[in-house]
Ligand binder design. Structure first.
Ligand code: ADP
Ligand code: MG
Length: 474
């Protein structure tokens, strides 16, 4: 029997499944559909361009091995990017698929809104006495996708957010967990997803709430003996967005109730979107069963924006405020405020304000003063940039050398030390550390940390390096 696209792809999948984490397999491989096989070329359909880029970036080797096993050394893989109706047209398409293949859609769309007319139901958002069944989404329309600028640092999270907004509950990104440090756009993105869903599916009940407020409401409901109403209320929601779930740490009662709500929503094909300042693996005092739920879907990190993204965020802000500002000033702000978009915006707002109050031209000098204030206030936390600078100085090399691709031993060691200290003294994830220290991946950082640990035990000179450098960071 000759091979078909299906049989070839199924064999590839079996091989891939044996070689990667179940979650990754579910997220990145299950949604793929084999389309056709011609000679040694297999065409597969992927849901979006972003999906294709992700596969190429992370799984190209694995795919190649799997394909070679099936089709020999001349095997070829062709991606076909699925046409999405709305936001899809903004993306450049490599190829369009024949319509016969477009009929397949994911899980059923739950378009029927649950309309509960149960007047007994207590809406925790409503002041007692006032009866109001309509659930206000609590969304801020100023946080939308249009003004959430895209860059390398947020591409995965932003695209996943878009995918969820296009098909709430109908993608494998359920729950979608967006995580990252302060001021990197978690709240903005969470609202943007909700706003977009409201726009596309006005009949859906969307609710944004911070984990803190959720906790307060829960405690209140226990006091008033309305815990069941509280749970029922949340079970009516089609798209539940909970911001800053790390707040649930150590609060076992709230975690328990959230677990039940989550299961109910998930089983009914409802979308859950969560944000957190940490990756699930780093969350403390969150019950294991809840953490494992978080991992069902997709965890996407918001990293610190690169220079280009910072410049475009600043320019966009100025443009929206109708303010013009010289390039060198924008450049100065973007070069000096790196790890927090809120501060980036804060600095530019402060500059605009100062210039208009004092009727002063915005000069580079003024910009320097303002930036200095912002930078000083955040100095207390050691930054990855600072670590790289200190380590480079210590070994008398410049940061570019430390980050370079060279395999020279002393440079490699300096780089590994920088990674080690970044892991130790910052809250950044391995991936984020890697991307900031010479664009390496998380595995490289992990390897660096292990190497440093090993050398610290076996190499006296190396131990001295660590001790000297540690002093500089504490
Ligand atoms: P977090 O919740 O992660 O602490 P926020 O969502 O509050 O961060 O974002 C901080 C500020 O930065 C907000 O004013 C937000 O609009 C802005 N911001 C964050 N990311 C972007 C982006 N990609 N494009 C434009 N503005 C952004
Ligand atoms: Mg926030």
């Amino acid at each position: 029997m000759s091979a078909t696209a299906n049989s070839v792809w199924n064999n590839c999948l079996a091989f891939i499944q044996d070689n990667i984490q179940p979650q990754a397999f579910k997220t990145w491989f299950e949604p793929i559909k084999p389309i056709k096989l011609t000679d040694k070329a297999l065409s597969i359909q992927v849901p979006s361009k972003f999906f294709y880029e992700w596969l190429e970036e992370h799984y190209v080797k694995l795919l190649k091995v799997a394909m070679t096993r099936e089709l020999g050394p001349n095997a070829k893989l062709i991606y076909v990017i699925k046409m999405e109706n709305k936001y899809g047209n903004k993306e450049p398409f490599t190829e369009q698929i024949p319509s016969s293949n477009r009929t397949a859609v994911g899980p059923q769309e739950l378009d029927v809104p649950i309309t509960s007319k149960n007047p007994e139901l207590k809406n925790p958002f409503v002041i007692p006495g006032i009866r109001n069944i309509k659930i206000e989404s609590q969304l801020n329309p100023n946080y939308n996708f249009d003004n959430f600028l895209e860059g390398d640092s947020n591409r995965l999270a932003r695209s996943a957010g878009m995918a969820v907004a296009n098909k709430p509950g109908g993608t494998s990104f359920n729950p979608l967990l967006v995580f990252g440090g302060v001021g990197l756009g978690k709240t903005h993105l969470a609202h943007a997803i909700g706003v977009e869903i409201k726009d596309k599916y006005p009949e859906k009940t969307v609710l944004y709430i911070s984990a803190e407020k959720f906790t307060q409401q829960y405690i209140e409901s226990v006091k008033k003996n309305t815990r069941n109403d509280f749970i029922h209320f949340y079970q009516l929601i089609d798209v539940l967005i909970i911001d800053d779930v790390q707040f649930l740490s150590g609060k076992s009662g709230t975690q328990d109730v959230f677990f039940h709500i989550f299961n109910h929503l998930h089983q009914n094909g409802k979308q859950v979107i969560l944000t957190s300042d940490k990756a699930p693996v780093d969350m403390q005092d969150i019950e294991q069963r809840l953490l494992s739920r978080f991992k069902w879907g997709l965890s996407a990190e918001l990293q610190s924006p690169d220079y280009e993204t910072r410049v475009s965020i600043l320019k966009n802000k100025l443009y929206r405020d109708g303010v013009e500002m010289p390039e060198d000033i924008i450049d100065h702000v973007a070069k000096n405020i790196k790890t927090n978009i809120r501060e980036l915006e804060g600095a530019i707002i402060s500059l605009i304000a100062q210039s208009s109050f004092n009727k002063r031209e915005v000069t580079l000098e003024l910009a320097q003063q303002v930036v200095e204030k912002f930078v000083k206030n955040t100095k207390r936390e050691v930054s990855i940039d600072y670590i790289q600078k200190v380590v480079s100085d210590y070994f008398e090399m410049d940061v570019a050398t430390l980050q370079s691709k060279t395999r020279k031993r002393h440079i490699v060691q300096a780089r590994q030390l920088a990674m080690f200290f970044a892991k130790k003294f910052t809250k950044a994830s391995l991936a984020s550390i890697g991307s900031q220290i010479g664009k390496r991946d998380h595995a490289t950082v992990l390897h660096a940390c292990k190497t440093v640990d090993n050398l610290a035990e076996t190499d006296k000179q190396f131990r001295k390096y660590i001790e000297d450098l540690s002093k500089k960071f504490s």
